[in-house]
Ligand binder design. Structure first.
Ligand SMILES: Cc1ncc(COP(=O)(O)O)c(C=O)c1O
Length: 215
């Protein structure tokens, strides 16, 4: 696992290190091979193992519990290369990605500041995270600044504040002003963190990616 080079994301490295220390870090493992019954799979009748070519019938288990396949790694390597990043993690849907991502980035004691027209998957991700939520007017960076000003006055202070927006709003097709949003967040609240959903998916016009790119 590569380390984050962004100070604002250091907390993720710390959380991973702590999980590793407590032997709680969950890592992808390839499917069990050989004889016997794997109780961590859903492939009770071994059908996934019987069908050729291997893997054509599915992973046989949740990826985390023993369904990790070389094809997953190939897809993620190609995806990362496509967007110029070191690593990628593929989810089976955008909904699952937002549920997984948002609840990793924020938790109890944090505030998530969300565009009022954000996709339902973000809203559900925010609920799952147990962070508090504040909403700013659609694509309105002045209103975002207002909400962040209010947030700074909160007692006790929020542990962290995450600003989250769709990159492309799929109902209306308009594009979030990512550069301006990025300018508002970190100057107001430190450590500032930003997340954009869908920026690269519908993409051509969305040039700004909030995550640091590497050469
Ligand atoms: C901005 C945005 N985020 C997330 C999703 C969810 O993606 P999926 O339909 O793959 O679950 C959508 C779906 O259109 C979307 O427009």
């Amino acid at each position: 696992m590569k380390q984050s080079t962004t100070p604002a994301l250091q907390f993720l490295d710390d959380a991973l290190a702590e999980a590793r220390r407590q032997h709680l870090l969950r890592e992808h493992r390839p499917p069990e091979t050989g004889e016997g019954i794997s109780f961590c799979s859903n492939d009770y009748l071994a059908l996934a193992r019987e069908v050729a070519p291997p893997g054509a019938s599915g992973a046989g288990a949740s990826r985390l519990l023993g369904g990790d396949r070389p094809v997953h790694a190939s897809l993620e390597t190609a995806s990362a290369r496509l967007v110029g990043l070191d690593q990628a993690l593929v989810f089976s849907s955008g909904y699952a990605a937002n549920l997984g991502l948002v609840s990793c980035l924020a938790g109890a004691g944090d505030l998530i500041v969300s565009d009022e027209l954000n996709h339902g998957s973000i809203i559900d991700g925010v609920r799952l995270s147990r962070a508090e939520r504040a909403v700013y007017k659609h694509a309105d960076t002045a209103d975002l600044a207002r909400v962040l000003d209010e947030a700074e006055k909160h007692t006790p202070p929020y542990r962290r504040i995450l600003v989250i927006t769709d990159g492309v709003f799929s109902m209306d097709g308009d594009i979030a002003p990512l550069d301006e949003i990025a300018g508002v967040g970190p100057t107001r609240v430190r450590p500032g963190r930003r997340a954009a959903d869908h920026g690269q998916l519908h993409g051509g016009n969305v040039r700004s990616n909030p995550w640091p790119r590497r050469a």
